[in-house]
Ligand binder design. Structure first.
Ligand code: AMP
Ligand code: GLY
Length: 401
């Protein structure tokens, strides 16, 4: 079987790593991939946001399955274009990807499916959360505790030039809950915890995610199953009813409020960095589940089993999240790996044979163990080996697990 993974980040490295580890002779390709992925798969120099080149590549390679990592190509219709050419895809068509691509659409679907979420406010007043409608790479959400914050948020939201809305400010712990979907069936995966702020103690600006762990001890498998019953399955049914069935990972960002779990947002893809610990702890079964989801044959398939706990600590560049880093030499990856850590590449490049930085989030150093505490110790033992000028990492990932 030939599989093409689309993307170049830590999430895609984790997907390729897991497929290589458990895939039993699967032939792996990636576009464009990264130096970590290149050790496991054939990398093709085609960007994830270039469907005009990706579709012919998939046809030429004769792949049996395309797994799309990032949201932007899905929202732009990459999966539609591949399906039109008869290629099986793990990832939703553009209509269904609107569950992530438009917050207004997501609210409308949740309303129709009676899924618990923050209520819309007819009148923006603090405390509240202002959200721009479209994809904004994490920059379209403003938590407003007072009028001054709301004034700033409204000015910035208007500046984005997209529609926006104000909703109820929810309180509680956040957790990411993933389900594999084939249009009608949803298969729960292990829940994961993401750390979005740049600084220890959840301080400073929001980022794509500075670390994550899975599973989440405070959520039992029954809790996760209940969330999938109340959230993912009704949304899947509503999307199918509208004629836009969802195939891929439906990712619910949940707030565990005193009144029960509430949806903060949906994503139409695997989380990054949550996928790294999620897949690092998996016992196998990913390829079969992805293939079955893409074929509409998930019913009766066993959910991939989580066997170990895992913790990922992101090593980011000096100016992240304001800017990326490029060309700074990276040391210590082989030592971290020799010590037992899994080092997922996120923003790296090879320059004259030397591994250098090439992005904001550079590496996802991952430890596995029997407990989250063991996995955390293994991840930080790995981080201690990694060095590049300006490297920043949080020191408290999974400390509260
Ligand atoms: P989103 O991109 O919608 O997940 O929002 C980014 C972050 O903003 C979330 O991870 C939450 O920390 C926060 N957030 C979003 N919506 C709400 C809400 N209704 N109440 C409180 N915090 C929120
Ligand atoms: N880690 C958050 C996300 O993937 O959206």
């Amino acid at each position: 079987m030939k599989v093409l993974v689309v993307g170049s980040g830590g999430r895609e490295h984790a997907l390729v790593w897991s497929l290589a580890k458990h895939g039993n002779g699967v032939e792996l390709h990636a576009a464009p991939g990264n130096p970590g992925i290149a050790a496991l798969a054939h990398c093709h120099p085609v960007r994830a946001d270039d469907p005009a080149s990706l579709v012919p590549l998939a046809v030429e390679l004769g792949v049996d399955l395309v797994v799309v990592g990032p949201e932007a190509p899905l929202v732009a219709g990459l999966a539609d274009a591949l399906r039109r050419r008869g290629i099986a895809v793990f990832g939703p068509n553009a209509d269904a990807a609107r569950i992530e691509g438009s917050k207004t659409f997501a609210k409308d679907v949740m309303g129709a499916a009676r899924v618990p979420t923050a209520g819309l406010l007819p009148l923006a007043k603090p405390p509240c959360v202002v959200k721009a409608d479209g994809l904004a790479a994490g920059k379209g959400v403003w938590v407003c505790r007072d009028q001054a914050e709301l004034d700033d948020a409204l000015r910035e939201a208007e500046g984005l030039g997209q529609p926006f809305h104000a909703e109820e400010l929810l309180q509680g712990g956040e957790v990411s809950v993933f389900a594999l979907c084939d249009g009608t069936t949803a298969l729960p995966l292990t829940a994961a915890q993401d750390y979005k702020r740049i600084g220890d103690g959840n301080t400073g600006p929001n980022t794509g995610g500075m670390g994550a762990y899975a599973p989440v001890p405070r959520l039992s498998a029954d809790d996760v199953a209940e969330i999938v019953d109340c959230v993912h399955r009704p949304v899947l049914a509503e999307l199918a009813r509208r004629g836009t069935p969802f195939t891929g990972v439906l990712y619910a960002g949940m707030m565990l409020t005193p009144a029960g779990p509430r949806v903060l947002e949906f994503n139409c893809r695997f989380g990054d960095p949550e996928t790294q610990p999620l897949l690092a702890g998996l016992g196998g079964g990913l390829l079969e589940a992805l293939r079955a989801a893409a074929a509409g044959e998930l019913a009766g398939v066993a959910a991939p089993r989580t066997e170990r706990a895992a913790v990922t600590v992101v090593a980011a560049g000096r100016d992240y999240p304001a800017a990326g880093d490029a060309g700074t030499p990276i040391d210590g990856v082989a030592d971290a790996e020799a010590g037992g850590a899994i080092v997922f590449h996120a923003g790296t490049a090879l320059r004259e044979g030397r591994l250098v930085t090439n992005g904001g989030r550079v590496l996802g150093v991952t430890g596995v163990g029997d407990t989250v505490a063991d996995a955390r110790a293994a991840a930080y033992a790995g981080v201690a080996h990694i060095d590049f000028a300006g490297m920043q990492n949080r020191t408290d990932i999974a400390a509260d697990a």
